[in-house]
Design a protein around this ligand. Structure first.
Ligand SMILES: [Zn+2]
Ligand SMILES: [Zn+2]
Ligand SMILES: [Zn+2]
Length: 173
């Protein structure tokens, strides 16, 4: 962290990291809190045993055991917060990732011009082919049906999923 970095930069860092592992963040919920835990003091052993470093005795700041502060303003710079080298930043609360979002049937966002590849499945239980990946998971595998891959990496030229058409769909749209 540079002196003028803030928790907003840490947020961005976390976002980039998750993006890199293909698990992008959808939203930071309101319960997210940032804490900075100061570095642990390096106190020589015999001094620690004597227990001399009491706050009232006016202790050497070098020997202070890391204290934790809650960061209320994410834009406050590192310098203002007085974050020492070796401090730990802890994030608590709910961060929603795209992968946590409810699945959507291919039909919802399909755009022919995207030219995306889709994997299709067939459900033995429903005797149905042309089931999109999300529907396969939610409406068939999730219901305990027997499924098989049907077509891999197909580029449909229309919003093709028979799950909805055949009224087997459990995904609320
Ligand atoms: Zn579908
Ligand atoms: Zn089925
Ligand atoms: Zn479905």
């Amino acid at each position: 962290m540079q002196p003028f970095d803030s928790m907003n930069d840490i947020k961005r860092l976390v976002e980039n990291k998750l993006e890199l592992v293909n698990n992008p963040i959808e939203s930071w919920e309101n319960d997210v809190e940032f804490y900075v835990r100061g570095p642990l003091a390096k106190v020589p052993k015999q001094e620690e045993e004597k227990n001399e470093w009491d706050i009232d005795a006016g202790m050497d700041s070098e020997k202070v055991l890391g204290k934790t502060i809650k960061v209320d303003n994410l834009a406050t710079t590192r310098q203002k917060l007085g974050i020492e080298n070796g401090s730990t930043i802890e994030i608590y609360g709910t961060i929603k990732c795209k992968s946590d979002m409810p699945k959507k049937c291919l039909k919802v966002d399909f755009d022919k011009d995207d030219g995306l590849e889709y994997n299709y499945f067939k459900c033995i239980t429903c005797k149905l082919k042309w089931i999109c990946e999300a529907c396969n998971e939610c409406c068939h595998v999730g219901q305990g049906h027997e499924v098989q891959p049907f077509l891999q990496k197909h580029v449909p030229d229309w919003a093709c999923c028979y799950c909805v058409k055949k009224k087997k769909c459990f995904i609320k749209s």
